[in-house]
Design a protein around this ligand. Structure first.
Ligand code: SAH
Length: 426
């Protein structure tokens, strides 16, 4: 009997929660967690899209807003930071589109989410090599983070001027900063693509779409339900947890296409609205868009993940301290552009195909000729990182939007944009 009593007492201790909590310490607190917790306690669970938006771009505590997140000291590294060849080939792509568009007197290069400004810098260097592009290009940067905007300014102009408006996301002027590069190219900064003037433009978005908020949906025996984020005062590892909406939400009704086969789904409506807006601009005012990101063609399901110090990080752990990212569903982007009569989408094709079609090997050879031994090594390892199918070559995809165009009779120029077919060199 005494034995049984001891046994029961042990069981009670295990189930009391105290014992478990000692085993599973909850993850740390952050400023953003405190903000989210009071919001969730007052108004109930929020969508994953709202959670992602808060985590990445909350004006005071969002991940992107106040620190440099790139490079070996940061959380991740991107292609433009790996090799100058990447930005240079995208610059060549813009020059080609400008020529196909009849070489207009002015061209806006619009970059969405320019990070450290490295890609823009490498593209601008290419434009300088073309005398006929003198005074043609202006640069338009869509950037929500004041920290990133300051880094871009320093990289592109060489200085950071004192800014009256410290926080790009907090409203105010449509153009929140105007400067000139060292070579005299005008640069304007915006928080929103809708504020960029409607003119002939090349739109570039590299690793931008994966940062836009996704809704997550789960198929259940009762039908589709949306995944939401709620507080977790129980025994879970974090202060937040995922829950399912008890009934279909408005997003379930609006964003899931009939005939969907997957059981779990991520939809990024902001990316859908963005590509429609780009298609409208391109049809109306000319130009083209090049969107590059990791992604899939409507096959993947649960891709939302966090990154900190180049390691995977749990999505609900210490919000605001790590990057959140979801693979881009290019089939959804194509679907969203399908109703735009005069616009055409191209791809997705892999980064390796795109860069090889843009003759990256030739660029490598030319750069190597003028390089010393250690630069040559760097160029080669950058080339390998960008194009190797086991590294970034196959995971990253390129997708483009242009006007519908028919090549002139007898012309050998395909109607696809450069990079989407093999260039022939004599
Ligand atoms: N294109 C760069 C940076 C990618 S990181 C590169 O490849 O290196 C994502 C960039 O998008 C950052 O500059 C971030 O501050 C910006 N960003 C994220 N969400 C944004 C939003 N909603 N609007 C504008 N910029 C955003």
């Amino acid at each position: 009997m005494r034995f049984l009593w001891t046994f029961l007492r042990i069981r009670t201790a295990v189930n009391s929660g105290q014992y478990r909590r000692a085993l599973h310490q909850k993850s740390g607190e952050t400023e953003l967690l405190q903000h989210l917790r009071s919001q969730l306690k007052a108004a109930g669970p929020i969508t994953v899209a709202d959670y992602m938006r808060e985590v990445l771009t909350n004006p005071t505590a969002g991940y992107y807003m106040h620190k440099d997140v790139f490079g070996t000291q940061g959380d991740f590294i991107t292609s433009p930071e790996i090799s100058q060849m990447f930005g240079e080939l995208l610059g060549v792509w813009c020059v080609n589109e400008w020529m196909l568009g009849g070489s207009p007197r002015s061209m806006q290069v619009v970059e969405l989410g320019p990070g450290r400004g490295t890609l823009a810098q490498d593209m601008l260097r290419v434009f300088q090599q073309f005398p006929m592009m003198q005074d043609v290009v202006s640069l338009h940067l869509v950037e929500v983070s004041p920290k990133m905007a300051a880094m871009q300014e320093e990289r592109l102009t060489g200085v950071i001027e004192d800014d009256k408006r410290k926080n790009a996301a907090s409203g105010g002027d449509i153009v929140y900063k105007k400067r000139k590069t060292k070579a005299g190219v005008p640069i304007s900064w915006y928080s929103d693509i809708h504020d960029v003037p409607q003119e002939f433009s090349c739109y570039i978005a590299h690793e931008f779409l994966d940062a836009l908020p996704v809704h997550k949906f789960q198929r259940t025996p009762q039908g589709w339900r949306e995944v939401l984020v709620d507080v977790d005062d129980g025994e879970g590892p974090h202060h937040l947890r995922f829950v399912l909406s008890p009934t279909p939400t408005a997003a379930c009704k609006g964003f899931i296409q009939a005939g969907e086969k997957r059981d779990h789904l991520e939809v990024c409506p902001r990316a859908g609205v963005l590509v429609q807006h780009l298609a409208d601009r391109i049809v109306e005012h000319g130009g083209a868009a090049l969107l590059a990101d990791y992604g899939h063609d409507g096959t993947k399901t649960d891709t939302l993940r966090g990154f900190r110090n180049h390691q995977l990080h749990e999505v609900l752990q210490e919000p605001g301290s790590a990057d959140l990212t979801a693979d881009v569903d290019f089939s959804y982007l194509r679907h969203m552009c399908a109703g735009k009569d005069k616009a055409v989408t191209h791809g997705p094709i892999t980064q390796r195909e795109f860069l090889e079609n843009m003759a990256i090997e030739l660029r490598l050879q030319v750069l190597q000729r003028n390089a010393d031994e250690s630069q040559r090594k760097d160029l080669l390892s950058g080339y390998d990182m960008l194009t190797n199918p086991d590294k970034m070559g196959d995971r990253f995809k390129f997708f483009s939007i242009t006007r519908q165009r028919t090549p002139p009779k007898g012309s050998r120029t395909p109607s696809e944009p450069a990079g989407f077919y093999r260039l022939e060199f004599q």
